[in-house]
Design a protein around this ligand. Structure first.
Ligand SMILES: [Zn+2]
Length: 61
């Protein structure tokens, strides 16, 4: 009998939803990704409406 584990979703970094702009709440566009000093990554998002930017750092696994 096969074990069918439907709860095991593949771990897919990079599939995160873009953040909302703090000023106008528009969904922000991913601009670029930089590597941090600690081996994690920093994603830069920019608002297409008011051009404000936001960076989100994710720690290394
Ligand atoms: Zn905005």
């Amino acid at each position: 009998m096969r074990h069918n584990d439907t709860n095991a979703l593949p771990d897919a970094p990079g599939q995160l939803d873009p953040p909302r702009c703090v000023d106008c709440h528009t969904a922000m566009r991913h601009s670029c990704t930089e590597e941090t000093e600690t081996g994690g990554e920093r994603r830069i998002y920019e608002c297409v409406k008011c051009t404000s930017t936001q960076s989100i750092e994710t720690a290394a696994a």
